[in-house]
Design a protein around this ligand. Structure first.
Ligand code: DAH
Length: 339
């Protein structure tokens, strides 16, 4: 019987005992089990062995090889286990340490004011709509009863892109989109960014936010407008808030008004916040002009509506007694942390 397989196995197992690390182990694996390894070479010797001894020889090689391979894998596993334990030890967690404080983010005052406004109107059955910030002259002006040459067009300090295309100066254009796209009746608010060529100061910014509102249905009257906006003011600024409507002019509403609320700081007595008037102007509103309805293919003899526009920053500034608009855009964490 050919003793070669056992000899090689004995030598291999001996070498395995002296292994110190996984690198040596891999070298050994190649030496014995690799393509040119010793066990592999044994099998190549097969042709020189007498025919009748070949099965026994083959079996002997395979058994020796398997024994070596098993032992080698055991040791490999031991090394891997040691590595894992070492890593666990190094990563050890000290459960007696105090927990790290989690830092929470803060909602921007604009976001809080917007979410509150949306909640109030959604609660009254309004849908929240979106509108394009880049707008056609038609939606921003013309369809709102502000034709070329109308003085209101100059007042808005528009950023033009082309003669017909501009950055919207007001969210009022969403009224027209709503009337063109939606089935009647309509009850919607549309918050969004608006742009005007204004210098930055404590009360102006070239980019700010408005929330537009529109209701169109049969038998809508100024009483509906008053009731709705008074309810909005009470929910937004407190139950005791009173409202006052002053006649005003907007080209797309008739009649038009501005709504004031009682100063929520001094409750109407007069203070620096309300410039000692006891009232604070909060929004523009009015009954949708019949011509505006007509231009959007709604019959003003059958349908009426009211609309309003609120400055989002204005609400945030008033609600949180912030005295400079610029604070809202600087994203200084010391400011934002207060909300
Ligand atoms: N778009 C007006 C502005 O920017 C605000 C406004 C006034 C909107 C009256 C309205 C409205 O819907 O009815 O000053």
């Amino acid at each position: 019987m050919n003793k070669k397989p056992q000899e090689i196995m004995a030598k291999a197992l001996e070498e395995l005992k002296n292994i110190k690390g996984s690198v040596d182990l891999n070298d050994l694996k190649v030496k014995y089990l690799g393509k040119k390894g010793e066990f592999t070479s044994l099998l190549k010797m097969m042709k020189d062995i007498p025919q009748e001894e070949r099965p026994a020889f083959g079996q002997a090689v395979n058994e020796a090889r398997k024994k070596f391979e098993d032992e080698l894998n055991d040791i490999l596993e031991q090394f891997a286990k040691k590595d894992r334990e070492k890593k666990l030890y190094e990563d050890e967690i000290d459960i007696t340490l105090p927990a790290r404080k989690i830092k929470y983010g803060h909602k921007h005052p604009n976001t809080i004011a917007l979410e509150e406004t949306e909640d109030i109107f959604i609660g009254m059955g309004y849908e929240v709509m979106d509108g394009p910030e880049i707008e056609y002259d038609y939606y921003n002006f013309e369809a709102l009863n502000i034709p070329d040459g109308h003085p209101a067009k100059d007042e808005q300090d528009t950023f033009y892109i082309t003669k017909n295309l501009l950055l919207r100066t007001q969210t009022s254009g969403t009224q027209i989109h709503a009337m063109e796209e939606r089935p009647l009746p309509i009850k919607m608010i549309a918050p969004g960014r608006v742009f005007r060529a204004d210098e930055v100061d404590a009360t102006h910014s070239p980019c700010f936010h408005q929330i537009e509102g529109l209701v169109v249905d049969k038998n809508i009257t100024f009483a509906d407008l008053k009731g709705t906006l008074a309810e909005f003011a009470r929910r937004m600024f407190g139950e005791e808030t009173k409202v006052k409507f002053r006649p005003h002019h907007f080209p797309f509403t008739e009649p038009s008004a501005e709504m004031d609320v009682t100063c929520f700081k001094c409750k109407g007595a007069g203070c620096s916040m309300c410039k000692h008037e006891g009232w604070i102007e909060i929004l523009g509103c009015g009954m949708v002009h019949p011509h505006v309805l007509e231009m959007s293919n709604i019959d003003p003899n059958e349908y009426t509506g009211f609309a309003f526009g609120v400055g989002l920053e204005r609400i945030a500034l008033l609600k949180y007694e912030i005295d400079d608009l610029r604070l809202l855009y600087e994203n200084d964490v010391r400011f934002l942390e207060q909300f």
